[in-house]
Design a protein around this ligand. Structure first.
Ligand code: AP5
Length: 214
């Protein structure tokens, strides 16, 4: 099963991706998570992308595309994968479709989590993440059992640098600039399902599973 998960920053892509990948046994490919790992490890890619991410700008397409193409070549992606937060420009969408066709790979479903801007703003600014295992929490909606420590691995919980108010507003603006063109593109593939994501996590997950299975 090959799935693409789209939506504004804070729509719940990472939260739903974790549940989907557990249920359907898929590798979770989050471009945001991969970039953050490179930044933490101070790799060449991390040094190149750090400032874009800190400011809430998109990483240039050529860097993002080669990262995704290399990841999709790995053995664990042969049977399926979930792409989280990619593609997010029309250029990325067109190029990845051409690439996937060239390796006889077909996307099964594209899911867009639709959540109003004022809701995602609160979700982003209240989000906290575990620096060890990457699990996501929210100070109000989804707190960790141990406050400043992770429920899963007891690692430290921090706020992402790009979750500061001004940067969140900028990320939302960038998303809105590309949203309609991406929807138009994926509508032509007939694979797109738009799920209303402003409901409890378990309800969104049920709707997502139903969209995947029908
Ligand atoms: P990335 O990490 O992908 O950030 P994003 O798309 O902005 O998405 P987020 O991670 O902010 O949110 P999410 O939708 O995963 O929500 P989450 O589940 O965490 O990318 C970061 C940066 O990397 C980009 O800004 C860009 O610079 C770069 N980048 C990445 N991909 C790129 C690409 N393709 N091209 C170019 N650049 C790229 O949930 C958010 C919060 O809400 C959490 O606290 C969670 O607990 C809570 N929550 C989740 N669901 C619910 C619910 N149903 N009800 C209540 N609370 C909920």
């Amino acid at each position: 099963m090959k799935i693409i998960l789209l939506g504004p920053p804070g729509a719940g892509k990472g939260t739903q991706a974790k549940l989907i990948c557990e249920k359907y046994k898929l590798p979770h490919i989050s471009t945001g998570d991969i970039f953050r790992k490179h930044i933490l490890e101070e790799t060449k890619l991390g040094i190149l992308t750090k400032e874009f991410i800190r400011k809430g700008e998109l990483v240039p397409d050529e860097l993002t595309l080669s990262l995704v193409e290399n990841r999709l070549r790995e053995d664990d992606c042969k049977q399926g994968f979930l792409l989280d937060g990619f593609p997010r420009t029309i250029n990325q969408a067109e190029l990845i479709y051409d690439y996937l066709l060239s390796i006889d790979t077909y996307i099964h479903r594209v899911i867009l989590l639709d959540v109003p801007s004022e809701v995602v703003f609160k979700r982003n600014t209240g989000r906290r993440i575990c620096i060890d295992c990457g699990s996501t929490f929210h100070i109000t909606y989804n707190p960790s059992k141990y406050k400043s420590k992770c429920s899963y691995c007891y690692g430290d919980i921090i706020q992402r640098e790009d979750d500061k108010e001004e940067t969140v507003l900028h990320r939302l603006k960038i998303y809105e600039e590309e949203r309609d063109r991406l929807i138009k593109f994926f509508n032509t593939t007939k694979l797109l399902r738009i799920i209303y994501g402003n409901s409890p996590i378990e309800d969104v997950f049920k709707a997502v599973c139903s969209a995947i299975e029908t």
